[in-house]
Design a protein around this ligand. Structure first.
Ligand SMILES: *Cc1c(COP(=O)(O)O)cnc(C)c1O
Length: 356
């Protein structure tokens, strides 16, 4: 039976990425060696880095003055590197979920922080819209897609200070105006590559404004200067990222992805709204994520929750159990997930409804 991969992360990657990464692991660039066993300073691997950077610049239309970095430590290390490099007076954070809370927690080690708004009062089921930003904040940090709760900020905000965005789970899912952001970052394992690398797109002129000394490996300027080769980069994840970037380009780029992602999400949200057994956890349609679609079983059918999970699993639906802090179900519909998988899930939901 065909498996439909709805895992939230690590999560589905294009077959193109997996096949070509497998080839490179066996024979990289016709060298007769694995990509895992050649120097990261070989001309062949430097070409991988260069093509990856240039494809990111092209796909996201990254303006001049920005650098594209591949760093270890995942998105979580960025929670610490950002305040280390940027927090002088105070930092503003929008708290829209667990990842946003973790980013804020790390910033507190470096100085004053302001939580400008939080949706914790309603278990992070909406995006706060009315808040004031302190005018003396060094930056404003947002999480564009809240992977666990299924909310997303899809418009590029205009704010009077550097805007920093954790886009771990929605980068490359739609076009963004990079010029509105000072840093865009994300762990690779949702839409790009296996875990082990974080993507950072950073505006150079925001750096060098804090008084504290910064250890070399945590200083963005080191990685800019060394072109992500200060230390050995995670070569296999970077190689896999290159494959996904090529796939993205061949498949309509981020605008093409957005069209497909909206189509997939609409099919699933429509079914959740229609099906008598289920309801979406995010009521405000504007706040609904196009990447992580969360839903629960209606109160009167609560006892069927475990049965549905079992039924769906037996029909090939993998990874749809909701995160423990939300419960219910979560279907992640990342770039690589085909529309057929969403249609198969919808069919399973209908069959289950008819059985009840
Ligand atoms: C998965 C995720 C993270 C954590 O990424 P790591 O690479 O595991 O550190 C951070 N932020 C968001 C929004 C995520 O989805």
């Amino acid at each position: 039976m065909k498996k439909h991969n709805f895992y939230a992360g690590p999560s589905i990657l294009p077959a193109y990425t997996i096949e070509n990464t497998a080839k490179g692991i066996l024979d990289f660039d016709g060298m007769g060696l694995s990509v895992m066993e050649v120097s990261h300073r070989s001309k062949e691997f430097i070409a991988v880095m260069e093509e990856s950077r240039s494809l990111i610049r092209e796909l996201l239309d990254v303006p001049k003055g920005y650098h594209v970095l591949f760093l270890g430590g995942g998105a979580s290390l960025q929670f610490c590197m950002i305040p280390y490099n940027m927090l002088q007076t105070k930092a503003a954070y929008l708290n829209t979920g667990s990842w946003a809370s973790k980013a804020l927690k790390e910033a507190k080690f470096f100085g004053e922080t302001v939580e400008v708004a939080s949706s914790k009062d309603k278990n992070f089921s909406y995006i706060p819209r009315d808040y004031n930003l302190p005018s003396d904040a060094d930056y404003f940090h947002i999480t564009t897609n809240n992977t666990i709760y299924g909310t997303e900020i899809r418009e590029d905000m205009d704010v009077p200070m550097p805007l920093i965005a954790d886009m771990s789970s929605d980068v490359f899912s739609r076009p963004v105006d990079v010029s509105k952001y000072s840093i865009i970052y994300g762990g690779a394992q949702k839409n790009l590559a296996p875990s082990g690398v974080a993507l950072v797109i950073i505006r150079e002129d925001i750096l060098g404004k804090v008084d504290r000394p910064i250890p070399s490996i945590l200083d963005y300027r080191t990685h800019i200067e060394k072109e992500s080769m200060f230390n050995t980069p995670p070569v296999v994840p970077v190689y896999a990222a290159l494959q996904t970037l090529r796939w993205l380009k061949q498949n309509g780029g981020v605008a093409g992805m957005e069209k497909k992602n909206i189509e997939k999400a609409t099919i699933l949200y429509d079914e959740i709204d229609r099906n008598k057994l289920f309801q979406p956890t995010i009521q405000n349609e504007e706040d609904r994520s196009m990447m992580n679609i969360c839903f629960v079983v209606n109160e009167e059918y609560k006892e069927l929750e475990g049965d549905f999970l079992q039924f769906a699993t037996s029909h090939g639906m993998i990874g749809i159990k909701g995160h423990r802090s939300v419960g219910g179900f979560r279907a992640s519909t990342y770039n690589a997930l085909p529309k057929e998988s969403v249609e198969a899930l919808v069919e399973t939901m209908r069959e289950f409804e008819n059985k009840c």
